[in-house]
Design a protein around this ligand. Structure first.
Ligand code: NOJ
Ligand code: MG
Length: 548
């Protein structure tokens, strides 16, 4: 912040030069690692991960080389939705530990030069939050207007046709006060009324509570859906939907998602976070890639990092990848910084889609493309979706909208630390099954094998430190040919060629390349000289430092 001021004080001709020399903010350089806290490390035998458990694993995280952690919600909660149903924004759920545990975690991370962002849920609380209990207690309660209440339609039914993402109408009847309240997600997750200034101020204070404790920023949950249409206009049908489409997705969310009013609220939230130096807002945004640009904001900034999950739905072939990268980078505005997610607590495990050999190529893409990389605990082990029997289902999304393949448990299963019976995760009964293949695919076993995917992650993360061109350098696409996706990253001191063979057969990438191999996804041959056309083995990606 101080540095910003100095720049602002300069005569305008000097600003450009000085800005160019300015160091990139930490969140543009950092590698982010998402942790589902209840599945990372249990310390007390209840089968669920907690903060003291996480603290026991900091050596591992430092060894891996990640710079910043993003934790799923740790607040008191009914835990109907992995903690995204918050009872109290300014406390820690006893299941995860105490506020003192949180402070200790943050202090230990900072001492290691690592950062922490918290998942924060501005759109809704749990129905057990004191605010909602007051709000529903009577129509004249001062907090009545903190939530979205509406009269029934003339026929007595819900005010309009809006659908909850988690099944059924988005309106829940309250018999006591004889109105409906709106919930974009579960009926147990009533939406806050972002038009109410007191509710907004309360959220801002909750953010400040954590910012003052030293948290480095937030991942804002569902922040594209804060403010709904004030006229409650009905949504149109989605004409592409058919009987295989989950019922909640059969209307287009025209009047609830991505509204102009929501965009101005993101600007307010940004102002709150900007009261503190050097913090970041990453945000979950809904919608198409070509809408991502406006989540950055222009003269009034919004999110630093609107999270980009385009890769997760992109078919894993060179031409689809080439198109997805082009579409996304084109949508990021001049002043915006890109980011890339390859997994998350709501996302299909990409290794299940790509297969193990290509999961290594994906890792090379993630750590060499321009933008901040985000990956999810277990991706570095090549974890795949874990089979969940119907009697083991925990995810309420699956329970309420079953039969459409929406279950998120397969990517939320516990981290595998070693080959022991409970994988070193707990001494009790894990809350979700550990899945197959733990004996081969766990941290301890893969750490012994210096050519494993785990070592590849570590090596690529280290490479970013050694080769600043990978972090700050320009990106130049090369034309994808014969299943090879390729590009250059270049800075003053180096030009790197990244060539990824997405095919399970050997390929040649034509060109008069002349350089030295830095890393192959096979983790061999480092340092060898290369010239002419680039010969790639099946499923091989390479980073080559070009001679100049
Ligand atoms: C998005 C979160 O990532 C997801 O896990 C949650 O169910 C919904 N928001 C509701 O908060
Ligand atoms: Mg525990």
């Amino acid at each position: 912040r101080r540095r910003m001021r100095e720049v602002d004080d300069l005569p305008s001709e000097a600003k450009g030069a000085s800005a160019a020399k300015r160091e990139q903010p930490w969140w543009q350089r950092a590698v982010f690692y998402e942790i589902t806290v209840s599945s990372f490390q249990d310390s007390d035998g209840d089968g669920k991960g907690d903060l003291p458990g996480l603290i026991q694993r900091l050596d591992y995280l430092e060894w891996l080389g990640v710079d910043a952690l993003w934790l799923t919600p740790i607040y008191p909660s009914q835990m109907l939705d992995l903690g995204y149903d918050i009872d109290d924004y300014c406390a820690v759920h006893p299941m995860f530990g105490t506020l003192a545990d949180f402070d200790r975690l943050l202090e230990l991370l900072h001492a290691r030069g690592m950062r922490l962002i918290l998942d924060f849920v501005p759109n809704h609380t749990s129905d057990q939050h004191a605010w909602f209990r007051e709000s529903r207690s009577s129509r004249s309660n001062p907090k009545r207007d903190w939530y979205v209440w509406a009269d029934p339609a003339p026929n007595g039914g819900p005010p309009n046709n809006w659908l909850s993402r988690f099944g059924g109408s988005a309106w829940e009847w309250d018999d006591f006060t004889r109105q409906y309240y709106y919930h974009a997600f579960l009926r147990e997750q009533p939406d806050l009324n972002w038009r109410n200034p007191d509710a907004r101020a309360a959220i801002a204070d909750a953010l400040r509570f954590w910012l003052r404790r030293g948290v480095d920023g937030f991942r804002l949950d569902a922040c594209a859906v804060l403010v709904e249409d004030e006229f409650l206009r009905d949504d149109p049908p989605d004409l592409e939907a058919d009987e295989k489409t989950p019922p909640p997705q059969r209307l287009k969310r025209t009047f609830t998602d991505d509204t102009p009013e929501t965009m101005s609220q993101l600007e307010e939230l940004r102002r709150v976070v900007d009261e503190f130096a050097d913090r970041v807002i990453a945000g979950e945004v809904q919608g198409d890639t070509d809408r991502i640009g406006h989540f950055y904001g222009n003269s009034s900034p919004r999110l630093h990092l609107p999270l980009n999950d385009a890769l997760i739905d992109t078919p894993w072939d060179a031409l689809s990848l080439q198109a997805a990268v082009y579409a996304y980078l084109k949508a990021v505005p001049e002043q915006g910084w890109p980011d890339w997610l390859i997994g998350g607590h709501d996302k299909l495990r990409m290794a299940s889609k790509t297969g193990q050999a290509q999961a290594r190529v994906l890792a090379m893409f993630l750590f060499t493309i321009k933008g901040t990389p985000f990956f999810y605990m277990g991706d570095e082990l090549g974890m795949e979706r874990v089979e969940i029997a119907s009697n083991q289902v925990q995810d309420i999304f699956e329970k309420r909208v079953g039969g459409y393949g929406l279950n998120r448990d397969p990517e939320r299963t516990p981290m595998r630390w070693d080959a022991s019976e409970k994988a070193g995760f707990t001494t009790g009964e894990p809350w979700l099954p550990l899945g197959e293949g733990v004996a081969e695919r766990n941290v301890a076993t893969l750490r012994q094998d210096e050519r494993s995917i785990l070592w590849l992650y570590r090596t690529l993360i280290r490479l970013r430190r050694l080769e600043p061109a990978l972090v700050a350098g320009d990106y130049t696409p090369l034309r994808s040919r014969d299943d090879v996706f390729a590009f250059l990253r270049s800075a003053e001191d180096a030009t790197l060629l990244i060539a990824l063979n997405l095919a399970p057969e050997a390929r040649k990438y034509e060109g008069g390349w002349d350089g030295r191999l830095l890393v192959s996804t096979y983790l061999d041959r480092s340092g060898i000289a290369l010239s002419g056309a680039l010969a790639l083995r099946p499923n091989e990606g390479v980073v080559v430092k070009l001679n100049r």
